[in-house]
Design a protein around this ligand. Structure first.
Ligand SMILES: N[C@@H](CCC(=O)N[C@@H](CS)C(=O)NCC(=O)O)C(=O)O
Length: 291
């Protein structure tokens, strides 16, 4: 193992604002708003405040899938919350999600607006509201919810653990990378074995469990998330790759991946979505800018 760090934790932890790392500027040990900032509101029943990270993409894929099914009540305005700039600590956002993390949804279709935070809760809320992508028979529903919550429980190990220490931490700590690479590979193996038996994560149908898993595990095996495809030897997970490719063929999944996206190829970024036509217009604008 590489040289261990000589850090000795003090008796009481203290906030060192200069600790470096990609999120050092925004991360804080206390909750709540840092500044007054009202949220914009568009014309649609659903207002989404998010960014195109894996947790954000879960929800935009679901909304696009609902619209593709013809559920017009799922029309939405997607507003960009730039988490690197601290927008998640604005008073309006904190009013919708006291945990200051994207994604957060406001459903204004009822007499009193309903707020929903946590990506899994949002998927479940939308599935129940629109009666789609969540089986109704007890066994199939239990399977779907089990995999949905499996993903929700494991995301911090993949993102906050592996992704953080491999890609973002200011120093490479072998122990941390080792621990979370092992867990990430174990999770990929769980999913790979499941997808060897089943077309989709929860069974023969495409559900919210797939929408939760795809941005994370599909991200690793297909989109080189954290530039870690080689390091994690993702070619080993052939069933995950088959499934990730299959979902990527869905136009709604592709659209969902573009919404609130701020990284990667410019043509794949749609910072805000207010209308179905935005995809077409935005792609053309971006391609024109690139020329
Ligand atoms: N369990 C939450 C996690 C959400 C989350 O971690 N969001 C990240 C982006 S993927 C975020 O907003 N980070 C901003 C911050 O930590 O300040 C969910 O699934 O909705």
């Amino acid at each position: 193992m590489n040289q261990p760090s000589n850090y000795i934790p003090p008796k009481v932890w203290a906030w060192n604002k200069e600790n470096g790392g990609r999120f050092a500027r925004t991360n804080r040990p206390v909750s709540g708003a840092t500044h007054e900032q009202a949220l914009p509101v568009g014309r649609h029943p659903l207002q989404l405040y998010s960014q195109g990270t894996p947790n954000g993409v879960k929800v935009t894929v679901m909304l696009e899938e609902l619209l593709a099914l013809g559920r017009e009540g799922a029309q939405y305005d997607a507003w960009l919350i730039r988490i690197g700039e601290g927008d998640q600590f604005g008073s309006g956002f904190v009013g919708i999600n006291p945990n200051s993390k994207i994604p957060a949804l406001l459903d204004r279709s009822a007499a009193a607006p309903i707020r929903v935070f946590e990506s899994g809760a949002i998927l479940l809320y939308l599935a129940e509201k629109f009666g789609a992508f969540l089986p109704t028979a007890a066994a199939a529903r239990a399977e779907c919810l089990s995999w949905l919550f499996w993903q929700m429980g494991s995301a911090p190990f993949v993102g906050g653990g592996f992704g953080h220490f491999y890609a973002y931490a200011p120093e490479k700590i072998e122990y941390a990378i080792d621990r979370y690479a092992m867990e990430t590979k174990r999770l990929l193996d769980v999913l790979d074995k499941r997808l060897a038996q089943s077309e989709y994560v929860a069974g023969p149908d495409y559900t919210i469990a797939d929408m939760a898993c795809w941005p994370w595990y599909g991200g690793l095996v297909k989109f080189d998330q954290y530039s870690a495809a080689e390091f994690l030897a993702v070619h080993e997970y052939k069933n995950v790759r088959r499934w990730a490719d299959q979902i990527d063929e869905r136009p709604a999944a592709r659209r969902g991946r573009m919404v609130n996206r701020t990284s990667g190829d410019l043509a794949s970024q749609l910072h805000e979505r207010h209308d179905a036509a935005d995809f077409e217009n935005r792609t053309q604008d971006k391609l024109a800018q690139q020329k």
